[in-house]
Design a protein around this ligand. Structure first.
Ligand code: SF4
Length: 516
């Protein structure tokens, strides 16, 4: 392809880039049926990495041949059929674990290559796909989990998200990006999309055109977490809803053709943006598409993707109900049950949030009370306690090859412990991650906990955590700051109790962690 010429002649390409020029990541899709017939042993080790483009990662230890699969859920919206299909996959193949990720996707664990073709077929039959959920490609698109029902959205973004997502699905013009590429599109005024930590975000805005106020989007570019986090920067442009796809294509071309490919750790769009700055980026973007300058940003207070409780929809007589899924993990029976309840009382849809929780929409107001009586809502609660309700965790050492420590179950237990020991009048958002890659988005938490290994005085290697405090997005967005030292994982619960007791004693009534 001609566009690869732009970087293929670069003598300094990283080894990963050279491999990608030999074989496109999406080519693995052609090989999977054969590997499935011939078994895991037939897969050459140098092909393992390419499975990411199919949404598959080898779990630890890789040699055992078990895969994690991430399924894209654009905007977090699942139809009833899609939800039951996902539950069926977890029950039949995945040792019964369904994880909601911090980008509204669904993850399974313990899959074997023999079963992947059937899983692909099941996903495809209901319009779902894991392709592009991992790898150097446009990932699932984060959207407003309330799109179409949200009294706090400027416009319904469901069709825009779908249109962009399907344009990029399996699109070989964009299957070899320098690295992962995260896009969010939402018109929710409470920044449910966590705009500033995406590579590219479209956020709600208005502009006066011909004496009339029109609704559209502003753009944030170059955000991302991991070891060197950046907040995305706003470009001085206004994007009409019908231009979102073309603008996404243009930014993707810029990233594809100008993004860094010599050092893997500098390959994200955030590094290009940091070097260029918003003016130069805008100038380059305007070479692809004409855009007017920006209007008025319509962000209000950040909600961090939490929607607990019963809320009126924009449709009269209907409510949506937000529930806590503790640290985003459930089993297939729970997902089947949620789907049954969503169908019985609502439209059947279930929506996932980047806080790793769910929303059941379209419940007639008069059915809300009876819905809340269903047994499952003893655990998946509508009004969770302040710690378990606001705890987020990445996958951790149980499945993740890069993890340094256990996270998921540890975060759940610590949150439960904090709820037993402390009663605060405000929630405290705690995010736990098992390594600096920060899939659990620890930088934006009130309290971020980052796992590491530590040598004790008696020279034993143990699991430990660094503590970071004060992360927030929108209106003076800032990443949290590291406190001195590290804490042995065994002492983490008690240290947090002490720390939060201090917060409880010193703060004013109703004062939140961020204003403290
Ligand atoms: Fe794995 Fe690290 Fe991501 Fe956690 S943050 S899931 S440990 S890569």
């Amino acid at each position: 392809m001609t566009y690869t010429k732009i970087w293929a002649d670069n003598e300094n390409l990283s080894k990963e880039e050279k491999l990608k020029l030999e074989k496109d990541g999406l080519d693995i899709l052609d090989d999977i049926p054969r590997y499935a017939r011939e078994g895991f042993a037939s897969i050459p080790q140098d092909q393992w990495n390419l499975f990411k483009w199919a949404g598959l990662y080898l779990q630890r230890p890789k040699e055992d041949g078990y895969f994690m699969m991430r399924v894209n859920v654009p905007s977090g919206i699942l139809s009833n059929e899609q939800a039951t299909t996902l539950a069926g996959i977890a029950r039949d193949y995945g040792r019964d674990v369904v994880d909601i990720t911090t980008r509204q996707a669904i993850q399974f664990h313990w899959l074997q290559i023999e079963n992947i073709p059937d899983i692909f077929q099941r996903l495809e039959s209901v319009g779902l796909s894991s392709v592009g959920a991992c790898g150097d490609i446009l990932r699932t698109i984060v959207g407003n989990p309330l799109a179409g029902i949200d009294p706090n959205e400027l416009t319904d973004t469901r069709e825009i998200v779908k249109d962009v997502y399907w344009y990029f699905q399996r699109n070989r013009e964009f299957s070899n990006l320098p690295r992962k590429y995260k896009v969010s599109i939402s018109a929710n005024v409470n920044n449910a999309q966590n705009a500033e930590i995406n590579c590219l975000s479209f956020v709600p805005a208005v502009k006066e055109v011909g004496g009339q106020e029109v609704v559209g989007f502003h753009m944030y570019v170059g955000g991302g977490l991991s070891a060197k986090p950046y907040l995305a920067q706003e470009l001085d442009v206004f994007v009409a809803p019908e231009q979102v796809k073309e603008v996404t294509i243009a930014v993707s071309k810029i990233f594809r053709d100008y993004g860094y490919r010599d050092k893997r750790h500098r390959a994200r769009l955030k590094f290009l943006m940091a070097d260029w700055g918003p003016e130069k980026f805008k100038e380059k973007l305007l070479e692809y598409i004409a855009l007017p300058s920006k209007g008025i940003n319509r962000f209000e207070e950040w909600n961090a993707g939490y929607f607990y409780g019963v809320h009126k929809q924009k449709q009269a007589g209907k409510s949506y109900v937000g529930f806590n899924v503790p640290v985003g993990r459930m089993d297939s029976a729970e997902l089947f049950e949620l789907a049954r309840i969503a169908k019985k009382y609502g439209s059947g849809e279930i929506r996932s949030c980047n806080s790793q929780n769910i929303v059941i929409p379209d419940v007639p107001d008069e059915s809300v009370d009876v819905l809340l009586q269903e047994n499952i809502f003893q655990r998946i609660t509508v009004e969770p306690k302040n710690f378990i309700g606001y705890s987020v965790s990445c996958t951790g050492i149980e499945y993740c090859n890069l993890a340094l420590v256990e996270t998921k179950e540890r975060m759940r237990q610590i949150a439960q412990y904090l709820d037993e020991k402390l009663e605060l009048d405000v929630p405290v958002r705690i995010h736990m991650v098992g390594c600096p890659n920060s899939c659990g988005q620890r930088q934006i938490a009130d309290i971020g906990l980052q796992g590491m290994k530590m040598r004790t005085k008696d020279k034993k290697m143990v699991e430990a955590f660094e503590i970071y405090v004060g992360g927030t997005l929108t209106n003076d967005a800032a990443f949290n700051q590291k406190l001195k030292g590290k804490i042995n994982a065994e002492e983490l619960g008690d240290v947090l109790v002490q720390f939060l007791r201090y917060f409880q004693e010193e703060k004013a009534a109703g004062e939140s962690f961020n204003t403290f």
